[in-house]
Write a protein that binds this ligand. Structure first.
Ligand SMILES: NC(=O)c1ccc[n+]([C@@H]2O[C@H](COP(=O)([O-])OP(=O)(O)OC[C@H]3O[C@@H](n4cnc5c(N)ncnc54)[C@H](O)[C@@H]3O)[C@@H](O)[C@H]2O)c1
Length: 367
């Protein structure tokens, strides 16, 4: 298969792992990079061989680029991606797909008009950890799914992150920062969500930065930092999630799926590997499950590789724009429910992404 030619917009922290992995997969190649900071793009281009450093505008119009990989900051996700699809490019966005749901709707409808595909992070759910769990659930290892619990609990990022202000601004908070990993994993394992309720709060109205270089600076908190929600899945299962930047210490598992015949502890959805644990009816304790599927190391970009196959062969996109948009709707619905004191109904009109095969794309990594 002829490699998909990728252009990256936004070459900050996370771009390194994408450049590495997309350079290693047989069916993807990075041909250009761009950034609002052109010097940064030039530096990254020089570090990565013979690739072009362009302005974002020139990159989306370059005939060399087939897919725009949008690794900009969240508030730029929508405008950059919409510009790229209007220029006729396929797009894959980092998470969240956009901040506002209306921008996600515009992005998907403009892509349909332009005849291009949209994908969105996270793609951790395509890794061996969660795909092994998906295969267990699909094969009936825990029977009929009944319920799920998910926890992402911490005290926030101001103790270590050099510029933590954005975590406490609109579009930040633990749900929009980490929720995409948890919600996307749950959507992949259990399918669409039809109804959501939530209770949210700002437990501490200010935060004090203790990391350098701004130690001592006070941040006004403008977004919920403790979010608890319920999710009614279309398949009948009832899920609960708590994401928090307000708690000290946590020993809850990341995700647990409860079935009629057993319970499955799912590895951290912010990683690709991990060790699932299962307890079946009649067993006294949990036992580890060996991973049956590949891509267990940091494989960010796997979703882009999957899009390369969709573009070249007509297969479906697993980390699709529709999936990322549904995850965005769920994340917003917790806050909407808390404010309105009502359940929020969702359309839930998408199919679960196709499961990965145990050796799917294994030959992409061979030398
Ligand atoms: N850093 C991580 O560990 C991590 C992990 C997973 C996902 N992400 C996601 O990846 C994205 C980028 O994160 P990061 O940590 O690399 O951020 P970053 O701030 O280090 O890099 C973002 C880059 O985008 C550029 N940029 C901003 N607005 C732009 C615009 N309008 N046009 C062109 N370039 C623009 C910035 O100049 C910067 O170089 C975010 O959406 C984040 O949620 C980050």
């Amino acid at each position: 298969m002829h490699p998909l030619r990728v252009g990256i917009i936004g070459v900050g922290n996370i771009s390194g792992i994408y450049l590495k992995n997309l350079g290693e997969f047989r069916s993807t190649e990075v041909v250009a990079v761009a950034d609002i900071d052109l010097d940064r793009a030039k530096t990254v281009a020089a570090q990565n061989g013979n690739i072009a450093a362009l302005t974002p505008e020139n990159l989306i119009h370059s005939s060399e680029v087939e897919l725009v990989l949008n690794l900009t900051i969240p508030r730029a996700h929508g405008p950059v991606a919409i510009g790229a699809v209007r220029a006729g490019k396929h797009v894959y966005n980092e998470k969240p797909l956009t901040i506002e749901i209306s921008d996600a709707e515009t992005l998907l409808s403009e892509a349909t008009k332009a005849g291009v595909l949209v994908g969105g992070a996270p793609d951790t759910f395509l890794g061996g950890g969660i795909q092994t769990c998906r295969a267990l659930i699909d094969s009936g290892a825990i029977g009929e799914p009944v319920a799920a619990n998910a926890f992402m609990l911490s005290r926030g990022h101001e103790s270590w992150h050099p510029a933590p202000e954005f975590y406490y601004a609109p579009g930040g908070g633990p749900m929009f920062d980490m929720g995409p990993y948890y919600i996307t994993a749950l959507l992949n394992l259990l399918g669409p969500i039809r109804r959501v309720s939530g209770s949210t709060r700002i437990s501490f109205p200010t935060r004090t930065i203790t990391s350098q270089p701004n130690s001592g600076k006070i941040i006004e908190v403008e977004t919920s930092t403790h979010i608890t929600g319920t999710m009614d899945f279309a398949n009948g299962a009832i899920g609960h999630i708590t994401t928090s930047f307000d708690v000290i210490g946590n020993d809850m598992p990341s995700i647990v799926i409860y079935g009629s015949e057993g319970t499955l502890v799912v590895p951290d959805p912010n990683g690709f590997g991990g060790e699932p644990m299962i307890k079946r009816r009649g067993e006294n304790s949990f036992s580890p499950v060996a991973l049956t599927h590949g891509f267990t190391e940091n494989s960010r970009g796997l979703g882009v590789l999957d899009m390369a196959y969709a573009i070249r062969t007509g297969s479906s996109v697993r980390a699709s724009g529709e999936l990322a948009k549904h995850a965005l709707e769920v994340m917003h619905a917790f806050e909407q429910s808390s404010v309105s004191e009502k359940h929020i109904q969702l359309s839930a009109n998408f199919d679960r992404p196709e499961a990965m095969g145990p050796t799917q794309y294994a030959d992409e990594l061979s030398a």
